[in-house]
Design a protein around this ligand. Structure first.
Ligand code: HRD
Ligand code: ZN
Length: 373
C-alpha cells in the first residue's frame, strides 16, 4: 500500500474477509458500501446525514465533476472534501465508464476517449494522464485507473482487445499517478466473463502493482448468475492482502453474494436513486411506496429500523409525500435505504468476525418475502 495507507485483515469466513483500510482521513471498515456522491453530493442527503447512516467513505464521479464545476475550480476552492463538506475518505472513479454510458458521440482511440458533454455539448478528451490529473485536483484519497469497460454484448475477441487496452492504460495511469503519499491508486481488472482473460488481466495489474484492485466489467447487464460465476474465481486472482472493490454493485442480495466470494468494497447508485423514485429496501424485501395499498397504513416502513423515516413517519405519510413528489420523500427514503445498506454491511462484518456468515446469509434470504411487502 502507498505510505499512509494500510489494509488490516481481521477475520475470514470461507472466502469472505473483514478488516479495516487505514487512510490519513480515517478508517474504512470492510466489507464496505460506498454511497455515490456523483457531482459532489449524495443526492437528497447532507454529508452529516450520510455519516449518520454509517458510511466511512463515499464516491465522487470524475466525469460529472470535470464537466461541472470542473476539477480546476474544485482545486482552487480547496479540493472536493472541503467543497462538499465531507472530511472522511473519498474514492473517485476515473471517468471512462460514465463517458460510455452518458457522453454522447464518444470516440475511443489508444490515446483515450474524446466525447461531448451531455450538459452543453462541449468537447472533452479523457486519457489516463488527464484522469489522474483530474483526480489529483479533486484531492480524492483513492484514485481509480482510467479503463475501458466494454459494453455488452461483446465477443470474447472484443473483450480481450478492450481488456488489453485497459491494461496499457493501467500502466499509463500508474506512471502518471506518480508517488503520492497518503493517496492510493487502485487497478481495475477486466476480461468479461472469460476466466483466462480475467487471469491475464489480474497478472498484468499485479506486475504493475497497485494499492487495491477493482473487479470491473460487471454489473453491466450480464445478470446475477453470470456475475457470481465470475466472482467464484476472479477475486482469488487478486492479491489477498489488498482491498478488492466490485464496481457498481448492487441490490442487497448481490452485495451478500459478492461479500461471500471475497469482495471488500462496493458502490452503487441503487439505494439513493431508487429512494428518489419511492422504492425502499428493507430486511424483508423492497417496498414501492407509490403503491396505493399504503395510503391508510399507519405502520412504519420497517418496525425494526432505527432510521428517521422509520422512527418518525407512517407508510401512509411516505406514500403521500412520494405521490405528491414532495422533496422530503426523497430525503426520507434515501436516508432509510442508505441506513439499511450500512446496517447490512455491519451485519456482514460482524458475521464474518464471528465465523457465522453462513447463518447470517441463510437468515438474510429466509427473511426476504417474494415481491412487494
Ligand atoms: C471507472 N471504471 C469503471 N467503472 C465501472 C463502473 C461500473 N458500474 C457498473 N454497474 C452499475 N459496472 C461498472 C463497471 C466499471 C468498470 O469496469 N470500470
Ligand atoms: Zn428505516
Amino acid at each position: 500500500m502507498a505510505t499512509g495507507f494500510g489494509f488490516t485483515l481481521n477475520a475470514t469466513d470461507g472466502a469472505a474477509r473483514t478488516g479495516v483500510i487505514h487512510t490519513p482521513r480515517g478508517e474504512i471498515r470492510t466489507p464496505a458500501f460506498m454511497p455515490v456522491g456523483t457531482a459532489g453530493t449524495v443526492k437528497a442527503m447532507l454529508p452529516e446525514s450520510v455519516r449518520a447512516t454509517g458510511a466511512d467513505i463515499l464516491l465522487g464521479n470524475t466525469y460529472h465533476l470535470m464537466l461541472r464545476p470542473t476539477a480546476e475550480r474544485v482545486a482552487a476552492l480547496g479540493g472536493l472534501h472541503k467543497f462538499m463538506n465531507w472530511d472522511r475518505p473519498i474514492l473517485t472513479d476515473s471517468g471512462g465508464f460514465q463517458v460510455m454510458s452518458l457522453g454522447p458521440l464518444r470516440k475511443l482511440t489508444e490515446e483515450g476517449v474524446r466525447f461531448s458533454s451531455h450538459i452543453d455539448g462541449s468537447k472533452h478528451m479523457l486519457t489516463p494522464e488527464r484522469s489522474m490529473e483530474i483526480q489529483r485536483l479533486l484531492g480524492s484519497d483513492i484514485v481509480m485507473c482510467f479503463d475501458e469497460c466494454p459494453a455488452l454484448p461483446a465477443t470474447e475477441a472484443e473483450v480481450a482487445k478492450s481488456m488489453r487496452l485497459s491494461m496499457r492504460w493501467a500502466q499509463r495511469s500508474r506512471d502518471a499517478f506518480g508517488d503520492r503519499p497518503g493517496h492510493a491508486l487502485f487497478g481495475i481488472m477486466q476480461g468479461g466473463v472469460t476466466r483466462d482473460l480475467r487471469e491475464e488481466s489480474a497478472a498484468a495489474l499485479k506486475s504493475i502493482g497497485f494499492d487495491g484492485y477493482a473487479v470491473g466489467g460487471l454489473a453491466v447487464g450480464e445478470g446475477q448468475e453470470a456475475m457470481f460465476s465470475v466472482l467464484d474465481y476472479a477475486p482469488c486472482f487478486l492479491p489477498q492482502d489488498k482491498p478488492r472493490y466490485l464496481m457498481g454493485v448492487g441490490k442487497p442480495d448481490d452485495i451478500v453474494g459478492a461479500v461471500e466470494r471475497g469482495i471488500d468494497m462496493m458502490d452503487c447508485v441503487l439505494p439513493s436513486r431508487s429512494g428518489r423514485t419511492g422504492q425502499a429496501w428493507t430486511r424483508r424485501g423492497s417496498v414501492n411506496l407509490k403503491n396505493a395499498r399504503h395510503k391508510d397504513d399507519p405502520r412504519p416502513l420497517d418496525e425494526a429500523c432505527t432510521c428517521p423515516a422509520c422512527r418518525g413517519y407512517s407508510r401512509a405519510y411516505l406514500h403521500h409525500v412520494v405521490r405528491a413528489d414532495e422533496i422530503i420523500g426523497s430525503m426520507l427514503l434515501t436516508w432509510h435505504n442508505l441506513h439499511y445498506y450500512q446496517e447490512l454491511m455491519q451485519g456482514l462484518r460482524d458475521a464474518i468476525a464471528g465465523g457465522r456468515l453462513a447463518v447470517f446469509v441463510a437468515e438474510f434470504h429466509a427473511q426476504r418475502a417474494e415481491g412487494d411487502i
